[in-house]
Design a binder for this molecule. Structure first.
Ligand code: NAP
Length: 271
């Protein structure tokens, strides 16, 4: 089962999983995404597409039987939401929405697949995370917190269900060439407008090919020793390696250098 299957990495993983001959369930948010996904699935593939809005995690327990959750061998929590902005001006309802999709829905899906996996003493749960979980970049606090929450919970889960034969991993990704985070509402006039305007001007498409990332993620499922934290793609591997080497002070200096944080500090020392 792969969530967020309507586009981007999710759709690429569906294609890779179908290509490898797996029986796949793709969860999408809307009928439009379902139709688009169905059109892209090869004819001989065994793929079922289900519509499920993950902004309402409490519905997942109710729909678990319909979705056949007790028979899932591999769950990939891929759906994700981002709402960039400085913490001071974040709307709480938006922040809860980000956590619903990035944290509470994965949790509800994990709870729904675990009884079956425990009975079979086998199963794999991959939680798609981000470098954001490892570094609180400027204007990324809510998304970073949601992915960090997912990663820490996965660590607990690893200890809880590993002895029961269930493998759990955080898949850490860098920038991938999808539409993720490309559309955002223009900043409201407040103290952070200059910062948000700069970030919007610097936002550029690009990143690693979702098809390559998808193939690597699918290959990880067959890996005998699946690590708890698995960076996939060149950027994620390099950045995680770099972060592990830095002291807390060096880490903050590095974060200022690679993000708009340094510019923001300089902007204020000028004004
Ligand atoms: N792209 C990157 O640079 C990057 C970097 C690091 C980590 N990631 C992570 O990779 C994962 C996949 O992202 P992507 O790059 O493939 O971007 P994407 O194309 O925007 O995919 C996100 C998916 O999540 C789905 N989704 C969002 N809100 C939902 C909701 N309420 N209910 C159900 N589905 C919902 C989207 O459905 P709709 O199509 O209907 O909106 C979409 O299919 C995410 O978890 C993201 O955090 C991405």
């Amino acid at each position: 089962m792969i969530t967020g299957a309507g586009g981007g990495l999710g759709r690429a993983m569906i294609k890779a999983a179908c290509g490898a001959g797996h029986r796949v369930i793709g969860l999408v948010r809307s009928m439009e995404s379902a139709e688009a996904l169905e059109r892209s699935i090869p004819e001989n593939a065994i793929c079922c597409v289900c519509v499920q809005d993950l902004a309402h995690p409490e519905q997942l327990a109710v729909h678990a039987d319909l979705l056949g959750m007790s028979d899932i061998d591999v769950l990939v929590n891929n759906a994700g939401k981002i709402k960039p902005g400085p913490l001071e001006s974040q709307n709480l309802a938006d922040a809860k929405d980000v956590f619903a999709v990035n944290y509470f829905s994965p949790l509800a899906l994990i709870q729904a697949v675990l009884p079956g996996m425990r009975r079979r003493r086998s199963g794999t749960i991959l939680n798609i995370s981000s470098l954001s979980a490892h570094a609180g970049l400027v204007a990324d606090g809510i998304y970073a917190a949601s992915k960090a929450a997912l990663e820490r919970s996965t660590e607990s889960l690893h200890s809880e269900v590993g002895p029961l034969g269930i493998r759990v991993s955080n898949i850490v990704l860098g920038k991938i060439n999808t539409a993720f985070g490309q559309s955002s509402t223009p900043p409201e006039k407040d103290v952070y407008t200059a910062l948000m305007t700069k970030l919007a001007a610097e936002r550029s498409p690009g990143g690693e090919d979702p098809a390559d990332i998808a193939e690597e993620i699918m290959a990880s499922i067959g890996q005998p020793n699946l690590p708890l934290t698995l960076p996939i793609g060149t950027q994620a591997r390099q950045v995680l390696q770099q972060l592990r080497k830095l002291s807390p002070v060096q880490r903050m200096e590095w974060l200022e250098k690679i993000s708009a944080a340094g510019w923001w500090r300089a902007h204020h020392s000028r004004s």
